[in-house]
Design a protein around this ligand. Structure first.
Ligand SMILES: Cc1cc2nc3c(=O)[nH]c(=O)nc-3n(C[C@H](O)[C@H](O)[C@H](O)COP(=O)(O)OP(=O)(O)OC[C@H]3O[C@@H](n4cnc5c(N)ncnc54)[C@H](O)[C@@H]3O)c2cc1C
Length: 425
């Protein structure tokens, strides 16, 4: 079915109670699959997923696409495959506006082909985007890491840097051309720099270059990396990076970025022929225009059942949602594991509501957290036990195979596992 036909199908008048889910990432896809699999005819529900991209991008594995052999499909989970046998209408378009008072949304651009879709319940799961602070020169020179396109752009810049180095007769020029700098010592920055540190030497040899000319650096304003982990795990990750030849430049913020150079507040300068910024995320910026309540960072507020406080017909989940954990009184971090858990919970609550039962509060539980430091090594914890090395990376990968299994069954999980083993080699 072409896009036009799909949009036409989306906007048919409301005959049954329609659940509209906007955003087909970790949270939205989980909600749609879980709800579709649990439906009984007596529930009298129809499900519509609105997502512009025909495939879900598995953001947590982007580092491998960025530096490994170029295989973007590794990060992609095709919606047509996932929803082939499920009662879900997938509308490959964007949610443009929400009219919560009228229980309706606009799909597609409101000045162009914008069309009205009515709903019984709406689930907003449109995620987040990379946040780039207004540091002079940063947006012009750095790439962010938030999509397969970003990862492919990094691939292109690595290739261009190798070509530049191969043309240079002097070692100092080659070293400058082969300077790779990642800003941000959180999980994403460590994963990207770890993969660069492990894979670039092999790629340099394949390109006829001397790996000794490579300079891979991680710049972090705080004195340590991976602040979300315990100090012992931070130290292990730092030691692993150093063993790979990654230089840690810690304790000074970036003041500005000039052509191929990062200038720090300390006055130090760091070569950066290729620069990646992994300094943060911001909830979907369009969401603040939808007439729903949001917090100071632009995440939409939700109650303990994951519903927008003034509009209980609207659920908000994943990175977009500012869910305050009652156990800690803190807003949940933007993590796939919470988006998935909220997706399951939202689906269960929608079913309860369809069966005229009250929705239940969401009680988040952080069972563990893992960060890869290169494709074959990791750090993290699970059930309060610290893990590092191969067990940690295996646990990280298992988490995502589990996700693929939960939305795509055994066939997709097996495909994923095979691709993952091929990429890590
Ligand atoms: C490089 C990287 C590594 C990460 N690693 C980890 C990790 O190891 N562990 C972990 O727990 N988390 C990790 N995360 C965070 C994790 O990816 C996010 O928390 C998770 O994707 C949030 O899920 P979501 O469903 O809220 O949003 P997403 O998965 O981002 O999905 C949002 C979807 O909404 C769609 N969309 C956007 N706007 C609209 C619109 N107007 N209408 C319709 N659809 C729209 C988008 O196309 C997208 O498909 C990582 C993130 C990045 C960027």
């Amino acid at each position: 079915m072409g896009t036009d036909d799909t949009v036409a199908a989306c906007t048919e008048p409301l005959t049954r109670r329609r659940v509209v889910i906007a955003g087909g990432g970790y949270g939205g896809t989980t909600t749609a699959v879980r709800l579709a699999r649990s439906l009984k005819p007596s529930d009298d529900l129809e499900i519509m997923l609105i997502e512009p991209d025909p495939c879900q991008q598995a953001l947590s594995e982007l580092d491998l696409v960025a530096v490994g052999p170029s295989r973007p499909e590794f990060c992609e989970l095709w919606h047509p495959t996932v929803f082939r046998d499920l009662p879900v209408t997938v509308c490959y378009n964007r949610l443009e506006d929400v009219h919560a008072e009228e229980r309706a949304i606009t799909v597609g651009h409101r000045d162009d082909d914008g069309q009205r879709v009515e709903y019984w319940r709406l689930v907003l799961a449109t995620g987040a985007i990379a946040f780039v602070p207004p540091v002079p020169g940063l947006a012009e020179h750095a790439i962010t890491m938030w999509s397969v396109e970003d990862a492919q752009e990094l691939q292109r810049r690595v290739e261009a840097a190798f070509k530049q180095a191969a043309r240079s007769p002097h070692a100092s020029e080659r070293q400058r051309a082969l300077s790779f700098t990642v800003i941000g010592g959180g999980a994403t920055g460590v994963e990207i720099v770890g993969t660069l540190g492990q894979m670039l030497p092999h790629r340099a040899i394949d390109a006829g270059l001397d790996p000794a000319d490579l300079r891979v650096r991680l710049v972090e304003g705080r004195p340590e990396i991976l602040y979300d982990l315990r100090p012992g795990q931070r130290a292990r990750a730092a030691a692993r990076l150093k063993r790979m030849g990654v230089e840690l430049v810690l304790g000074s913020m970036v003041e500005r970025v000039e052509d191929s150079e990062v200038v720090l507040e300390s006055g130090d300068r760091v070569d950066a022929a290729v620069l990646v910024f992994c300094g943060g995320a911001k909830a979907d910026p369009d969401a603040v225009k939808w007439g729903l309540e949001f917090d100071s960072s632009g995440r939409l507020l939700c109650d303990e059942c994951l519903r927008s406080p003034a509009h209980p017909d609207v659920y908000v989940i994943g990175d977009l949602a500012a869910f305050r954990d009652p156990a800690t009184n803190r807003t949940l971090p933007m993590l796939a594991q919470f988006a998935i858990a909220e997706g399951h919970h939202a689906a269960a609550n929608l079913l309860r509501e369809a069966r005229r039962e009250p929705p239940e509060p969401f009680r988040p539980r952080m069972r563990g957290e893992f960060v890869s430091v290169g494709p074959r090594w990791g750090v993290g914890w699970m059930f309060n036990v610290d893990l590092s090395g191969i067990p940690a990376i295996v646990m990280k990968r298992i988490t995502y195979v589990k996700y693929w299994y939960s939305v795509g069954g055994f066939r997709l999980a097996w495909k994923r596992l095979r691709e993952m083993l091929a990429m890590a080699r």
